[in-house]
Design a protein around this ligand. Structure first.
Ligand code: XUL
Length: 589
């Protein structure tokens, strides 16, 4: 076919114009999509940082995110890795959480523009579990204060009975736990009512201790007690907000089956804490816990004035970080086991017929479905412990840590290490100490003696963490068919391979990355919002379709090495605990 010159130019002009028109159409559609998009905000106030993620409802894409590191961005609170340690007592300044939230929202406005903020339809938050906030008398009035001339930190300056609230890392309440189990007639009874035997970090025991430590202020100047999660909801609605049933399961105060405060537990905590006025604890805890998808109200006027949130923006109940991670992973199939490698390591699975144990593990209400339960194990020696080993043996570099994992053999030549650099939750170890067993496991290395090859330290800490997870989850009858992984360490290829091999399971990660608690909070905001619109409960997976990606397959040769190590694991763990508890061996970092 031949073209005349004129025809050629008109064809070329036509092509140019139509290309311009389609580019314009694409841009216009993008702009229209952007202007119509519905946004949901998830906020996660975890141990070391506060993170915020904005998710678009249409495709669940993350449109914006930020991270405020407590120690680096807010150094004036004097925390190390977000916490203040004083022996077994571990706390975090409540005002620091408020300031971090303000900082995150300022960043969101700067980076997204006020117009986008007005498109946020609902917010939910995730909080490090068990941590508590004690509101002083008059705090409710302060929360309702509407002038945005002052920052929230300034408004709430004197709003807390105890400025630094205890957090989940605290293990200073052994006496209160013992007393609680005695009062109730044993550990099994406490577990049957609340889903867990008495645990030191659980809020009820922390509350007894707060009353004993600060009797005057707790008895006469404490208007309300919140969890970190319900504290965030309180800021968002500008009033005291209820606890949700899932995070409420981590308090040793709620009856997990009815989802209500247990009269027996409250009475016992009041007795142990020497609370002056009987019945006052119920008042301080506020209304009964609510379902995790509950609508709590519209956003606080302060947030509209200062950050341009829309007056219709809904606040959905906040929950704990592990329940939110479960939502972020969309975990709902039997055989799916969630593992979160955050500051703590946790393992969780959904169970229909819970059997709370007087020994270890927790049963929580499922944050996605009020009719089922979530089993959970928590290991305190997680990311901070890996980091301590990295700092001592791997030049403070994660690249070197990964090289050491690559440069050492699977099974570590049968060298075992137990790194209790913090008192441990699972298994219970109330002291710190490191125990290393030599190659043939007949000899415990002496104090300060490390493995002959320093490469073996990185491998020993990671193998120990996952062998321990497998050992204790099997005790709870949890067997992983596939592992859904959350948390920062999931980006480390070598660590993930060890996990797959020890559990002999394929490992999946959420396509949106490792920050499943913050994203899970955004998903729960969307879920709660849809339930509220339809005025009925809608199954979570009908609203949120999470996308998983296979990131690692087990290697059968390695699996058999670890299976063999598992046979010895229980016995070595008992010896290690005995040695640490009796202070007979151990190098403290
Ligand atoms: C769970 C627990 C920790 C915290 C960490 O019981 O104590 O995982 O939730 O934020």
């Amino acid at each position: 076919m031949t073209f005349s010159r004129g025809a050629f130019w008109s064809a070329a002009a036509f092509a140019t114009v139509s290309a311009a028109v389609s580019a314009w159409r694409i841009l216009r559609n993008l702009r229209l999509a952007k202007s119509r998009r519905r946004l949901f905000l998830g906020i996660d106030c975890s141990t070391q940082a506060l993170k915020a993620f904005l998710v678009a409802a249409e495709d669940l894409k993350i449109v914006w995110s930020t991270r405020i590191s407590f120690s680096e961005d807010l150094p004036h609170y004097g925390t190390e890795d977000g916490v203040i340690r004083d022996g077994l007592k571990v706390t975090a300044p409540t005002a620091m959480f408020v300031e971090a939230l303000e900082m995150a929202l300022d960043r969101m406005v700067d980076e997204m523009g006020v117009e986008e903020i007005s498109k946020i339809q609902a917010i939910s938050a995730s909080g490090q579990q068990h941590g508590s906030v004690f509101w002083a008398n008059g705090a409710r009035e302060k929360l309702r204060q509407s002038s945005s001339e002052k920052s929230l930190v300034e408004i709430l300056r004197d709003a807390f009975t105890i400025p630094n609230g205890p957090i989940w890392m605290d293990s200073s309440t052994a006496k209160q736990c013992e007393a609680l189990e005695k009062e109730l007639g044993g550990a099994q009874r406490v577990a049957d009512i609340t889903g867990s035997r008495a645990y030191e970090r659980f809020t009820g025991n922390q509350i007894s201790k707060a009353f004993l430590d600060f009797p005057d202020s707790m008895n006469s100047n404490c208007e309300r007690i919140s969890l970190v999660s319900s504290f965030l909801s309180s800021l968002l609605i500008g009033d005291f907000a209820p606890v949700d049933i899932s995070d409420g399961s981590g308090m040793n105060l709620m009856d997990i089956r009815s989802g209500k405060w247990s009269a027996d537990m409250l009475k016992a905590v009041e007795k142990i804490g020497n609370v002056k006025e009987n019945g006052s604890l119920r008042e301080k805890l506020g209304e009964e816990p609510v379902e995790s998808h509950a609508f709590l109200g519209r956003i606080n006027w302060y947030f509209m004035e200062r950050w341009n949130f829309h007056s219709d923006c809904s606040i959905i109940a906040s929950s704990g970080d592990n329940p939110c991670s479960l939502a972020g992973l969309g975990l709902h199939q039997p055989g799916d086991v969630g593992i979160s490698l955050g500051t703590s390591s946790t393992l969780f699975a959904i169970v229909e017929n819970p059997a709370p144990s007087s020994e270890e593990g927790h049963i929580l209400r499922n944050p996605l479905d009020p009719n089922s339960f979530m089993a959970m194990l928590c290991f305190k020696n997680g990311a901070i412990t890996r980091k301590r080993i990295r700092d001592q043996f791997c030049n403070k570099s994660w690249e070197t840590f990964a090289e050491h994992l690559k440069g050492s053999v699977v099974g570590n030549d049968r060298n075992f290490g137990f790194y209790f650099t913090d008192a441990e939750i699972t298994p219970v170890v109330n002291r710190c100490g490191i125990v290393r067993f030599s190659k043939d496991q007949n000899r415990v290395l002496s104090e300060n003696e490390t493995f002959a090859n320093p490469y073996q330290e990185a491998r020993a800490v990671v193998e120990w963490q996952f062998l321990s997870m497998r050992y204790h989850s099997e005790k709870l009858q949890v067997r992983a068919r596939r592992v859904l992984l959350a948390g920062g360490a999931s980006n480390n290829r070598e660590i993930v391979q060890i996990l797959a091999d020890i559990f002999n399971a394929e490992v999946f990660q959420s396509k949106v990355g490792p920050e499943t608690a913050a994203i899970g909070a955004a998903y729960r905001a969307l879920h709660g919002y849809e339930c509220c619109q339809k005025r009925k409960f809608i199954p979570f997976d009908e609203v949120v379709h999470t996308d998983l990606e296979l990131i690692c397959k087990p290697n059968p040769r390695n699996v058999s090495i670890y299976d063999e190590m598992m046979v010895k694991y229980g016995e070595l763990e008992s010896t290690a605990i005995k040695l640490v508890s009796e202070e007979k061996v151990g190098t403290i970092l």
